[in-house]
Design a protein around this ligand. Structure first.
Ligand SMILES: *[C@@H]1O[C@H](CO)[C@@H](O)[C@H](O)[C@H]1NC(C)=O
Ligand SMILES: *[C@@H]1O[C@H](CO)[C@@H](O)[C@H](O)[C@H]1NC(C)=O
Ligand SMILES: *[C@@H]1O[C@H](CO)[C@@H](O)[C@H](O)[C@H]1NC(C)=O
Length: 222
């Protein structure tokens, strides 16, 4: 009895295995060798970059000299933040490894405006200051998860979800370091994508989408 009832479990287990394998393939695949340092000059087009000849790989392929220790200029843009991303273009050794790093600087009351990383979950760590951070889930709930974060606090922005951070201190700058689960996370800033596409999305179309007057859209696009 026990053996006959356990028999149908085998295909179920196989199915579960296949499903979990497919899940793995949908993300960055496990490396099949120690590394595949990006040959950024290769004319071979693959998902990511072709591997450099391992004989020509050196420690410098896995290295970026002091870049994240310096505060960035947050005064030359209107939102008061500056993002320094180190991805596979900066460190070719990141190719196929599914990780990158970013520093974000905030002016007093500076905002890193709502944006998404289409290919990465973000693990955000406050190094200096106090930030209000949040992300919004997909339709239909569009639920906001937000927190006030202090020095040393860590917050997660799940892959693809719209998120933001705001420096609550009106007198002091802040900065944070994040790791991202992609060699090339991509950044889509919502306002830019919607109101500053090239060529622009027709204003009557956006007026309909946002249920506002066309003049407001023209103002936003300007
Ligand atoms: C790629 O080409 C540029 C010049 O076109 C050269 O300076 C650079 O060293 C090359 N990089 C690699 C990894 O071969
Ligand atoms: C890579 O190394 C091989 C020898 O191992 C050499 O023939 C080739 O020129 C090198 N390529 C580059 C781009 O340095
Ligand atoms: C970020 O800071 C660097 C220098 O610190 C500056 O060259 C760059 O223009 C700044 N970027 C923005 C978007 O303000």
């Amino acid at each position: 009895m026990a053996s006959s009832s356990s028999f149908p479990l085998l295909p179920v287990a196989l199915l579960a295995l296949l499903v979990s394998l497919q899940g793995a393939i949908a993300s960055v695949p496990s490396p099949l060798q120690d590394f595949c340092v990006a040959d950024l000059n290769s004319s071979v087009l693959v998902n990511g970059f072709a591997c450099k000849n391992p004989a020509n790989v050196s420690a410098d392929d896995f290295f970026k000299a002091a870049m994240l220790d310096k505060p960035r200029d947050t005064t030359t843009n209107k939102v008061g933040s500056n993002v320094t991303l180190i991805n596979v273009m900066e460190i070719p050794g990141l190719n196929t490894l599914g990780i990158s790093i970013v520093r974000v600087d905030y002016a007093p009351l500076g905002l890193n405006p709502p944006h998404t990383h289409p290919r990465a979950t973000e693990l955000f760590t406050v190094v200096e200051g106090t930030l209000y951070a949040g992300f919004v889930t997909s339709n239909p709930e569009n639920k906001l998860f937000s927190k006030v974060l202090n020095k040393g606090d860590v917050f997660v922005f799940p892959k693809g979800l719209v998120h933001f951070q705001f420096n609550l201190n009106p007198h002091k700058p802040a900065f944070a370091i994040s790791s991202l689960s992609s060699q090339n996370p991509g950044i889509i800033t919502i306002a830019n994508a919607v109101f500053r596409s090239n060529p622009p999305i027709a204003d009557d179309l956006l007026a309909k989408a946002f249920q506002v007057d066309k003049k407001i859209i023209d103002l936003l696009q300007a």
